[in-house]
Design a protein around this ligand. Structure first.
Ligand SMILES: CN(C)CCCNS(=O)(=O)c1cccc(Nc2nc(OCC3CCCCC3)c3[nH]cnc3n2)c1
Length: 273
């Protein structure tokens, strides 16, 4: 802890507080996420260790970098030290576009989309075994100082295993819940594809693909699978890829490899090599 100076709180995740910190050795600005394991079962604690180990192995320009962990036995807290993304999260960008009645230009949408797919490719195609994000949403897509996309909180959401009370604290509306999750089927990489489709839709339409005033109506819309066409200014290509990602049946959704073969995506991936 003495290696770091705690600066201001950035916000509260479903697992605990997120602080901006300064590493004293080189004045680098980072963040730490506090995880209170005081009320966790032995199984949950071993899951945290396992998830943090996976996080430490993920090394990709479009995934928030994990640096270190500090275990405070007295306070029963784990501090996960990660890369700080100066330009905030996509939820803020969407809010800004809405208030300024300004849309994100189509080529910017493709640039963001390509980086999300590159991050998912790193995880879904990982040779030591695929890693699922499990909680993709605008609040988990960050931008660094160069406006590069950084997917955050990989695996952290799995740390909140279903039975732990933490998992139910994030009381937000489950806009991004996939049909299979509603039917309590198994979560798999196609579920990450679904939520990425929801994120993409929201950057474009500045609202989620499915909205309702209560969870039941929302679930019916999600299972119904009908989505309004994205604003006319955006191309058919964009509409088609979103519809493909939001197929109600997981098998019908594209894998990250199939998405990478779409010409407009393939082209931009080459540009980034
Ligand atoms: C309280 N709200 C208004 C949000 C205010 C704050 N906006 S914001 O959009 O998150 C924001 C603003 C500027 C910089 C950053 N950088 C940042 N944030 C992280 O997590 C944010 C945290 C995630 C869980 C929920 C709470 C917030 C990171 N995780 C790893 N690297 C991170 N870099 C974020």
């Amino acid at each position: 802890m003495e290696n770091y100076e705690r600066l201001e709180e950035i916000g509260k995740g479903s697992y605990g507080s997120v602080y901006k910190i300064r590493r004293k050795s080189d004045n680098q600005i980072l963040v730490w996420k506090e995880l209170d394991y005081g009320r966790m079962t032995e199984r949950e604690k071993s899951q945290v260790v396992q998830e943090v180990n996976i996080l430490s192995q993920l090394n990709h320009p479009n995934i928030v970098k994990y640096f270190d962990k500090i275990v405070d036995k007295e306070q029963k807290k784990i501090y996960i030290i990660m890369e700080y993304c100066e330009n905030g999260d996509m939820a803020q960008l969407i809010k800004k576009c809405k208030t300024e009645r300004d849309h994100v230009a189509e080529d910017v949408v493709w640039k963001i989309f390509v980086q999300i797919i590159l991050a998912l490719k790193e995880c879904h195609n990982r040779k030591e075994g695929k890693v699922l994000h499990r909680d993709l949403k605008p609040g988990n897509v960050f931008f660094d100082i160069g406006n590069n996309v950084k997917l955050g909180d990989f695996g952290l959401s799995r740390i909140l295993s279903q039975e732990s009370e933490y998992a139910h604290t994030n009381v937000g509306t489950p806009y991004y819940m996939s049909p299979e999750q509603i039917n309590e089927a198994q979560y798999n990489e196609k579920t990450d594809i679904w939520s990425s489709g929801c994120v993409l839709y929201e950057i474009i339409a500045l609202r989620p693909p499915f909205e309702a005033s209560n969870h039941l109506a929302l679930a019916q819309k999600i299972i119904g699978g009908k989505i309004e066409r994205i604003p006319e200014r955006y191309s058919e290509d964009l509409q088609n890829v979103i519809e493909w990602m939001l197929s109600t049946e997981p098998e019908k959704r594209p894998s990250v490899n199939e998405l990478s073969d779409i010409p407009k995506i393939k082209l931009r991936m080459k540009e980034r090599e």
